[in-house]
Design a protein around this ligand. Structure first.
Ligand code: HEM
Length: 516
């Protein structure tokens, strides 16, 4: 390593003094052999109360694409550089585990696909990915449409009554209804009912989020579980959900035993297209605990994320009426008054760009968590095993090095005739669904789900921030939430009647154009 000797000779022939050369080469060697990761010491006092990825953005601008953040005995590497992210997530992914994330989520996801590592992850990933095949995703478009239609009915009532609506909680219920049906054929019906099970799901979700931002892991104290009223509530909620999952698994097993369908690659039971049904029919050899962990993982993964995407999309749209008009034009011309189908997904190009851009500005989750399992090198810096790493997708997606006008919501930055942006064609500067072997298994599902919901909602209504609505401020759990909800006023769209374009009309307008 160090400066090659031919360079040294060359420079000395140019008449540069030997002292200066010695100094230069020592400096270069020192920096090449053991460069130290920049440290942002004690700079993190403002963490509480504010979404923690916000101060990380300022530190990224000061310290660069990788820096160390130390507070107390804890230390983290914060990565905001696309090539280092690519190295960790894709090129050397086997050297990294989920680390803290797995520790925090253990109580709810066990060894489900998101926290799992090593052999368990490999086996489960191989079993689950085939379940989300093309035919399954196509069938889901119908489900997205029906669930969104129920939300539309609710909004229509609110529009009649002149009542404002809190969209964040409605989106949360919409995506819960969808994912319950899609993953294990369960009707939460949370848009119309508040059942014990719905409340239990929210209790568990809030707990997972609180744990992920808690400074002290109180729940690790053995008797805490038994005396804290809150922990007792969490334990009861988990039991309720697990019992229901066990029932659903048993019911589904009976269905599979009785059916005559032959299992094949694009297997799907029309009456129950759920992922659970596919897994059981595939003869997947799995313990019921592991199956439950995987179902719970997909329930949470597919619920919070999609709800957050819809929430922030509608927030962004409320500030850009011109984007809404373009959206409505596209939706009117592609869908008219129909329910969307899989064929429409290719045609709703601008709607898709709106989702792409919303995912850039509000990535869910805003950081990815890893731990190094062996010594490695990140960029020019050697690192030891056992380092906790946050890859800030937020920083990657708003990096001034990569994006023009990075903070602007501008769906036009993605050309309509260009490829659908993803981590590969954006070289890890854009990774809405992660990348490498642990990339989201529900990316297609989620893209179509959010496109269908946005299309159907803007087709029927106009949305505005409600008068006197609380200011929209971000807070963090696993995904980005608002602090006080997204309060909006919904009004029915008054569409001009759809006029059939007749031949005569077309020629008339052309000749009119000619005379002008
Ligand atoms: C993983 C985002 C919807 C299931 C991931 C990861 C991201 C992500 C960024 C990578 C995590 C990491 O590398 O640490 C999203 C977003 C969604 C969404 C933004 C909605 C817009 C869904 C849905 C499902 C799902 C609907 C289920 C049907 C999963 C699973 C993993 C995962 C199982 C873990 C994969 C593995 O580790 O092998 N998701 N997701 N996601 N997602 Fe999604």
């Amino acid at each position: 390593s160090g400066f090659p000797s031919f360079l040294k000779n060359g420079l000395s022939k140019l008449g540069i003094s030997s002292e200066i050369l010695e100094f230069l080469f020592k400096w270069a060697d020192g920096h090449e052999v053991n460069p130290k990761i920049p440290e942002a010491k004690g700079a993190f006092s403002a963490i509480r109360g504010e979404a923690f990825f916000i101060p990380l953005y300022e530190l990224f601008l000061t310290y660069g694409g990788i820096f160390r953040l130390t507070f107390g005995p804890k230390s983290f590497l914060i990565v905001s550089d696309p090539s280092i992210a690519k190295h960790i997530l894709r090129d050397n992914s086997k050297a990294y585990s989920k680390g803290i994330l797995a520790e925090i989520l253990e109580f709810v996801m066990g060894t489900g696909l998101i926290p799992a590592d090593g052999e368990i992850w490999r086996v489960r990933r191989r079993a689950i990915v085939p379940a989300l095949h093309q035919k399954y995703v196509a069938a889901m478009i119908n489900l997205f449409g029906q669930a969104t239609d129920r939300l539309c009915k609710k909004l229509d009532d609110a529009a009649s009554d002149g009542e404002d609506v809190e969209m964040e909680s409605l989106f949360s219920r919409l995506t819960l209804d969808i994912i319950g049906k899609a993953v294990f054929n369960y009707e939460f019906d949370s848009l119309t009912n508040d059942t014990g099970i719905v409340e239990a799901v929210y209790t568990v979700l809030r707990e997972a989020e609180d744990r992920s931002v808690a400074p002290i892991p109180l729940w690790e104290i053995p008797i805490w579980k038994d005396i804290s009223p809150r922990q007792k509530k969490v334990t009861a909620a988990l039991k309720l959900i697990n019992d229901i999952l066990d029932d659903l698994i048993a019911i589904c097993k009976r269905m599979v035993d009785e059916e005559e369908l032959q299992f094949h690659e694009e297997y799907m039971n029309e009456h129950d297209p759920s992922i659970l049904h596919f897994l059981l029919a595939s003869g997947d050899d799995v313990s019921s605990k592991q199956l439950r962990d995987d179902l719970m993982t997909m329930l949470i993964a597919g619920h919070e994320t999609s709800a957050a995407v819809l929430t922030w999309t509608f927030y962004l749209l409320s500030k850009e009426p011109s984007v809404v008009s373009k959206l409505q034009n596209e939706v009117d011309s592609v869908l008219g008054d129909r329910f969307p189908t899989i064929e429409d997904m290719k045609k709703l190009k601008y709607t898709t760009r709106v989702i792409n851009e919303s995912l850039r500005l509000y990535p869910q989750p805003p950081v990815l968590i890893r731990r190094s399992l062996e010594n490695d090198k990140l960029g020019k810096y050697p690192i030891k095993r056992g380092e906790d790493i946050f890859i800030s997708v937020w920083n990657l997606h708003r990096s001034p090095n990569h994006w023009d006008d990075a903070d602007k919501f501008n769906p036009e930055r993605w050309p309509l005739d260009g490829p659908n942006p993803n981590e590969t064609n954006q070289n890890f500067s854009y990774l809405p669904f992660g990348g490498g072997p642990r990339k989201c298994v529900g990316d297609m599902f989620a893209s179509f789900e959010t496109v269908v919901a946005v299309a159907m909602l803007v087709r029927q209504f106009n949305f505005q921030m409600a008068l006197g609505a609380p200011k929209v401020v971000m807070t963090t759990g696993a995904t980005i939430h608002t602090t006080e909800g997204l309060k909006m006023t919904v009004t029915r769209r008054t569409k001009p009647p759809i006029m059939p374009i007749l031949k005569e009309d077309a020629s008339a307008s052309i000749s009119k154009g000619d005379t002008q």
